[in-house]
Design a protein around this ligand. Sequence first.
Ligand code: 4AZ
Length: 260
Amino acid sequence: MKQLLQAVKRCSTVAAVVLAAVSLQPAGATAVPNPIVGGTDADEAEFPFIVRLSMGCDGTLYRKNIVLTAAHCVDGYAPGRNTSITVTAGVTDLESPDAITRTSAVIYPAPGYDGLGKDWALIKLDKPVKLPTLKIATDTRYNEGIFTIAGWGATTEDGEQQRYLQKATVPFVSDDACQAAYNGDLIPDEELCAGNIDTGGVDACDGDSGGPLFRRDDAGAWIQVGIVSWGQGCAEPGYPGVYTEVSTFAADIARAATRL
Ligand code: 4AZ
């Protein structure tokens, strides 16, 4: 929601036009195609590296004791030693008795994060989890194609957070097309975009922030290329989701993780 508000602030003119357009829709027309928006239930153990954070964001296991998430998710938390975030892992059903929980030990927002770009953070856990990690892209070669997104966020723009992990696929959107959609608000070296730019209908949404945009690498292994960051609403035609470009920060993330 914070990011949604930020996005609205970043392009208030666009938002105003969108609101006007929506209110001009004929009765019975669907302003926003329906339900992650447009997703389905993930299978148990399909994405064992995705975790839920207690402030209502998602993250990924970068190491067995380190979660990668969005900096805007930890905005309200003092960096450094901080035990106030609970991490739920190992389940698709957040209410499952099999859920593994951990407590944050250290919170590390990206250096220089000020609300625009650099939207990544690490959370060190009090102890490791015995679950697979998700490797991150270290160059731009996987910034194309069809991506998977998954999370416990809202399934409609004003919808509720989900109990069961949702998944969906979204195509890459070029920096040029995304930049045009957002009136120059994209930071192309630090962000990448994905979504059905013409039709909308599938997207990350409120509460999916911090979770991964990922795909298969050439060897068939999952690789993370993005972190859910912001967008104008959810799944609206013309407004793709914006993700932190992981490869840009891969070296910074690796260095920070070794020192955490
Ligand atoms: C949010 O508020 C949020 N459609 C996350 C992703 C998107 C919009 C909002 C992208 O967490």
